[in-house]
Design a protein around this ligand. Structure first.
Ligand SMILES: Cc1ncc(COP(=O)(O)O)c(C=O)c1O
Length: 370
C-alpha cells in the first residue's frame, strides 16, 4: 500500500488565477519543473491546457519531452542553464529555449536549422545571483554576437530576456531593486545593439507577491501555483493543492525499554502504542524527520516520529490517537482541525519547502481531483 498524494486541480487553477490578478499587466509562464514540484507534471500540464498561459516551463528538455509525449501540445519554455546538447534537442522538439551561456550561443550559431521552422529563444542574464546566465560584465560582448546571429539567421527570433531573483522572499532587501534595475539596463542595451524593443521577465512567486509594483511582460511562478507560501506576509488566498497521507500497516504496544527502528536509538520510557506507517525516505519522507523531528496527524492528533525513518516505513507514536491498521496518517494537509504544510515541514527538517515537495518520489500514488 503506497503513500498517497491527493492533488486538487481546481485549487491549482484558482491559485493561478489569484497570481494573474496580482500582476494583471503580465502574461504567465507556469513553472512545472521537477515533475511539477513533485505534484506530477504530465497530469498538471494537461489540466492547464485551456488556461491563458504563455508557457509552462521546465529545467531541461527531457522534462519538456515527457510532458509533450504525455499529450501536452501547447508552448513549452526550457529554462537555463543547460548543456549545449540539451538546448539543441529543445530546439528540435519545437520548444522555446533559453540561451544562458556563450557556449550555447555558439552551438545555436553552428546548428543546421534548415529543416526547422521559426526558432524562439529567450536569453537569460545574471543580474546578481552568480549562478546561471550571461553576466552583466559580458552583456555587450554577448549582444554583439547575438545581433550578428539574428541578422544572418532570420528564422531565429528572440522573444524575451530574463533573469532570476536571489532573495525575493526578503521584501526589504535592496538586492531585489538592484536586480530589477539591472535587467532594465540590459533591455536598453538590447535595444541599442539589436535595434528593437525586447520583452522581459524576472519575478518568481515571491517576486510577484512581494513586488507587485514591478511591471514586466511575464511572471514566472512556481511555488505559489501549488499554494505554497514562497515567503510573503500576504498569501492573498493561495492554498496548498496537495495532501499527503500514508497508511498504517501495523500497530503494536511497546513495553518500557523496547527499542524502535535501526540503531535502537529510541527507547520506550513507558508502555506506548506505536504505528508503523507505509512511508519512508524512498517516498520522499526525509530521513531528517527521524527521532521526533517529523510529525503526522492521526485522527486529528499530532503524533511524533519515533527512531529512524527507514526507506519504506516510519514508526509514529500514537499516544491517545484513535487508530487502526489501514487508517491514513496525514503528513501534509489537514486532518480535522489540524494541518501541516510544506513550509512547516521544511522548518522542522532544516530545508526549504521546494525541497520537501520536489522530493516526493514516483512511488507515491497520485490521486487527482477536479
Ligand atoms: C528560472 C526560474 N524561474 C522561476 C522559478 C520559480 O520559482 P518559485 O518556485 O520560487 O516561484 C524557478 C525556480 O526555481 C526558476 O529557476
Amino acid at each position: 500500500m503506497p503513500a498517497k498524494l491527493y492533488i486538487d486541480l481546481k485549487q491549482l487553477r484558482k491559485n493561478i488565477s489569484i497570481l494573474a490578478g496580482v500582476s494583471p499587466q503580465s502574461k504567465m509562464i507556469a513553472v512545472l519543473k521537477t515533475n511539477a514540484y513533485g505534484h506530477g507534471a504530465v497530469k498538471l500540464a494537461n489540466s492547464l491546457k485551456d488556461l491563458d498561459l504563455s508557457y509552462i516551463a521546465f529545467a531541461n528538455t527531457q522534462e519538456g519531452i515527457k510532458v509533450k509525449r504525455g499529450g501536452y501540445d501547447k508552448s513549452i519554455l526550457i529554462l537555463g542553464a543547460n548543456e549545449v546538447d540539451d538546448v539543441l534537442t529543445g530546439i528540435k522538439e519545437g520548444f522555446t529555449v533559453s540561451i544562458a551561456s556563450f557556449e550555447a550561443l555558439q552551438a545555436v550559431k553552428n546548428f543546421d536549422i534548415s529543416g526547422l521552422e521559426e526558432i524562439k529563444l529567450h536569453i537569460k542574464f545574471d543580474t546578481g545571483m552568480n549562478r546561471a546566465g550571461i553576466g552583466m560584465r559580458r552583456a555587450y560582448e554577448f549582444l554583439d554576437i547575438f545581433a550578428d546571429l539574428l541578422k544572418n539567421r532570420p528564422k531565429i527570433k528572440c522573444e524575451a530576456i530574463y533573469s532570476h531573483m536571489s532573495a525575493a522572499d526578503e521584501a526589504d532587501n535592496s538586492f531585489n531593486q538592484m536586480q530589477h534595475d539591472r535587467i532594465l539596463d540590459i533591455k536598453n542595451i538590447y535595444k541599442d545593439k539589436i535595434g528593437k524593443d525586447i520583452k522581459v521577465h524576472l519575478q518568481n512567486s515571491a517576486g510577484i507577491l512581494n513586488f507587485p509594483n514591478y511591471k514586466f511582460d511575464w511572471i514566472r511562478p512556481g511555488l505559489a501555483i501549488y499554494g505554497i507560501n514562497p515567503g510573503t506576509k500576504d498569501e492573498r488566498g493561495l492554498k496548498p493543492i496537495l495532501s499527503w497521507r500514508a497508511p498504517i500497516v501495523n500497530i503494536r504496544t511497546l513495553k518500557k525499554g523496547d527499542a524502535v527502528s535501526y540503531k535502537m536509538n529510541w527507547l520506550a520510557k513507558k508502555e506506548e502504542r506505536v504505528a508503523t506507517v507505509s512511508v519512508g525516505y524512498g517516498d520522499g519522507y526525509s530521513f531528517r524527520n527521524s527521532n521526533g523531528v517529523g510529525v503526522g496527524f492521526i485522527g486529528g492528533q499530532r503524533c511524533e516520529v519515533l527512531g529512524r525513518v527507514c526507506m519504506d516505513m516510519t514508526v509514529f507514536n500514537l499516544g491517545k490517537a484513535p487508530a487502526k491498521v489501514g487508517d491514513l496518517v496525514t503528513l501534509l494537509g489537514s486532518d480535522q482541525e489540524k494541518s501541516i504544510d510544506a513550509c512547516e515541514v521544511a522548518l522542522r527538517i532544516g530545508t526549504v519547502a521546494n525541497d520537501v515537495v520536489s522530493s516526493l518520489s514516483p512511488r507515491n500514488q497520485r490521486i487527482y481531483s477536479n
